[in-house]
Design a protein around this ligand. Structure first.
Ligand SMILES: [Fe+2]
Ligand SMILES: [Zn+2]
Length: 770
């Protein structure tokens, strides 16, 4: 099998049918005439190429050597701005074409899409010639290619918002302006490798105070003042941490290459004229920025030359938190059994520096110490750039302690400690949580669920991947409502750090008020996991080279192997089965077995509320991203799993990935099983599917197609709440992040016997022996 084969499959921007076409192409399974002849379908007299060029139709001839179709290639590469002579066989041609843009992997992926579009267009025209006796001119085929690619990109990348005319005139510019992509940023906004040094005598930048966190706080506002003798509107200020950001800290890639001035991305940046409209005249400005404690000192650079040709003109004094190593951002998660709570946090203390532990106990009672395990990782454990290059930042140490044998619903207090070698203790502040209810316990149980939240800068500054402005509102509303939330699920697309590691600190800082008080359970999404050749089900580059390492280390989940991100949670009257859509879930896989086990093993008399959670939409969604491909979910989702949902009577399935809100009727095999909309009584006879991906990342558009199963759609940020009052009554609510108010809701009221009754495909088939 061709080596190109793997790289050319499952490219996110290529529609499934084209992927399938490519798969057959690389296996030489297309019904080309020579193949048909070999199989005895065609006799030797009918082998001529459909273009009447006089040659025999083989795969290589048709797509690469034919002097008719072959004319498309120079036209397409000329349109892209490349001059090239191409080889005449599929392997060499594909490698050559996809490499036109150099080593950049994402450029590569886009060229693969274009390559596929050309082949697909040729194949369709060839079929038209043979079967419909019609054909298009070469110029018309080239136009078709341009148009196809445009729509593929538009439906795969929400932020690809160019007009067709702009795209047609300037494809390469559009491709290179990768700010539209959720994926990694090959040409990140700041061209770090282009930065040059021209420190100017009269330019200054100063930051105060120089010592932060004197009262033990983990974040603090700083004031940045700056002057430049040659101010310009696109001057900007970058925040660097560690403070020494000179090229001398770059890892050597190659002994002969002089290291660039910068080899790590600024953790954030802001234009000098932000809040200082006179800056380009006066050359003076002042900024307030919020810094969080992340294990190292900080310095600030004033740059001219905009983001694409940055010139460092002044460097600030260094500033630091009083204790940069202090334990920060505790996050709770339920453990492997219902009466275990785990506390995970980040610090700068390795296991040879100090002993990490949690001091804890029931409110008002004696305290005990529980030791913590410590994890960290190096650049080598990650899969690619930017995570291994400009986005790399030392992750410090991630500690997890297991608090066991908790009493149901009791309030516990805890604080984090590190016992240093010299006997002194470093403490966090004190926090508290409520222990989980016993499985089956009848008490009020309230769960908040959402996906795709990410983080944002409250000081207005910029960072890489800053398209999750909605996350601030969602976080705020959850914090305000924390008294009414017992458990949180963030079902994938967690921080959108996408390989810029510093952003995991920022994310854990943003959710700290939530995660330190209620269990914060995560699922794995494409932005944590996907990376070509790393075992992810999808071979795209959405994780920016993290390939799951950050998510699996920064957060605890009670999976038997955290790299296989599926697990179950028993919480009072609920059972949650959390799937991992970035790994194969189809019948016969390890994950499929887990899902069936999770759904089958719950005692519905005690835990009537059975909820399926996953990142990508495996059920139903009206996202334009699916509709453009002729479907309403990820291919092979529903096909593989709906019989399990039906057999085990899953009440509600909730997904993220699509950044909006949608609710379906109770449904099975595309057919609504109930007419009711708000008050479900008795058996549902199907599963209600919810998309709750509006946590904060830029919103996804709905298709204009009307489907019978879609009951409520909202193009806005929000999250959902599930409230179990008792074993017979469940309330579902959708709230908008902007005001915390309920915009959609329904109730399910039913008794245990309703769950026992058989409905279509939900009971084991009886033997019909006669
Ligand atoms: Fe997302
Ligand atoms: Zn996603």
């Amino acid at each position: 099998m061709s080596t190109s084969y793997n790289r050319f499959l499952r490219v996110k921007s290529i529609p499934l049918k084209v992927n399938l076409f490519m798969w057959r192409l690389f296996l030489n399974r297309l019904p080309t005439k020579d193949n048909l002849h070999r199989r005895g379908v065609l006799d030797a007299s009918g082998l001529l190429c459909a273009t009447s060029c006089g040659q025999e139709e083989t795969l290589d001839h048709l797509f690469f050597q034919c002097n008719m179709y072959g004319r498309i290639w120079p036209l397409i590469s000329g349109w892209l701005g490349f001059e090239a002579v191409f080889p005449g066989s599929v392997d060499l041609h594909s490698t050559h074409f996809s490499g036109l843009g150099g080593a950049s992997k994402s450029c590569n992926v886009l060229l693969i899409s274009i390559w596929a579009a050309v082949l697909f267009t040729i194949w369709k025209d060839r079929n038209n010639r043979i079967f419909k006796n019609s054909h298009a001119t070469i110029e018309a085929l080239v136009e078709q290619v341009k148009f196809h690619i445009f729509w593929w990109l538009k439906s795969s990348f929400i932020l690809f918002d160019f007009d067709y005319s702009v795209w047609r005139a300037n494809p390469l510019n559009c491709l290179l302006q990768r700010t539209w992509s959720h994926g990694n940023h090959p040409l990140s906004k700041v061209s770090i490798h282009k930065a040059t040094l021209s420190l100017l005598d009269l330019a200054h930048i100063r930051v105060s105070p120089s010592l932060l966190g004197l009262k033990g706080q983990t974040s603090e506002w700083v004031t940045v003042e700056y002057t430049s003798p040659i101010p310009s509107i696109d001057d900007w200020i970058g925040v660097f941490s560690p403070a020494n950001f000179s090229g001398s800290t770059c890892p050597k890639e190659n002994g002969r290459v002089y290291p660039p001035l910068l080899c790590s991305a600024p953790i954030k940046f802001q234009y000098a004229s932000y809040l200082n409209p006179q800056y380009n005249i006066t050359g003076k400005g002042i900024l307030k920025l919020l810094l969080i404690n992340q294990r190292s000192d900080f310095s600030f650079g004033l740059f001219s030359g905009g983001l694409s040709n940055p010139k460092l003109v002044a460097v600030s004094n260094k500033i630091a938190f009083a204790n940069p190593n202090a334990p920060v951002y505790p996050r709770l998660a339920l453990g492997k059994s219902w009466n275990e709570m785990t506390v995970t946090w980040t610090s700068g203390y390795g296991i040879t520096d100090a002993e990490p532990f949690v001091e804890w106990g029931p409110k008002g009672a004696d305290r005990v110490h529980s030791p913590a395990g410590t994890l960290t990782f190096t650049r080598d454990s990650l899969c690619g750039a930017p995570a291994t290059s400009v986005g790399w930042r030392d992750p410090g140490y991630i500690h997890t302690s297991y608090l066991k044998e908790l009493w149901p619903n009791r309030i516990y207090e805890y604080k984090i400690g590190h016992k240093l070698k010299n006997g002194t203790y470093i403490w966090s502040k004190q926090y508290q949580f409520r222990a989980a209810p016993f499985p089956g316990q009848k008490s009020l149980q309230r769960v908040a669920i959402f996906g795709d939240m990410g983080k944002d800068e409250v000081d207005g500054s910029n960072e890489y991947n800053n398209f999750q402005h909605g996350s601030i509102n969602t976080t705020k509303k959850l914090i305000q409502d924390l008294e009414n939330i017992d458990l949180v699920f963030h079902i994938g697309d967690i921080s959108y750090a996408n390989g810029y590691l510093s952003q995991w600190d920022q994310f854990t800082a943003q959710v700290e008020p939530i995660a330190s008080a209620v269990p914060y359970m995560i699922a794995s999404g494409n932005h944590e996991r996907d990376w070509p050749g790393s075992g992810s089900f999808y071979g795209n580059m959405d994780s920016g080279g993290e390939c799951g390492v950050l998510a699996e280390t920064m957060f605890y989940v009670p999976a038997s192997n955290r790299a296989k991100f599926w697990y179950l949670i028993d919480y009072g009257m609920f059972r949650f089965c959390v799937a991992d859509t970035e790994h194969d879930w189809r019948e016969g896989t390890e994950q499929y077995k887990f899902i069936e086990h999770c759904l089958a093993s719950v005692d519905r008399q005690k835990q009537p509320w059975l909820i399926f959670l996953a990142h990508r939409v495996l059920g139903y969604s009206s996202c334009i991203c699916y509709a453009e491909e002729g479907s309403f979910a990820e291919p092979m989702g529903r096909e593989s799993l709906q019989k399990l949902w039906q057999k085990y009577k899953v009440d509600i399935a909730i997904y993220g990935h699509v950044h909006n809100y949608e609710r379906t009727c109770p449904i099975y095999q595309n057919i609504c099983t109930s007419e009711e909309i708000h008050n479900y009584k008795g058996a549902l006879n199907g599963t209600i599917h919810i998309v709750a991906g509006g946590g904060g990342a830029s919103l996804s558009t709905f298709t204009s197609l009307k489907t019978k199963w879609s009951i409520f759609k909202d193009y806005d940020y929000g999250f959902v709440n599930l409230t179990a009052f008792d074993h017979s009554n469940l309330l579902f609510e959708y709230k908008k992040s902007r005001d915390g108010k309920v915009y959609d809701s329904f109730k399910i009221s039913r008794d245990y016997r309703d769950n026992l009754a058989c409905t279509m495909d939900s009971c084991p088939s009886a033997t019909m022996a006669s």
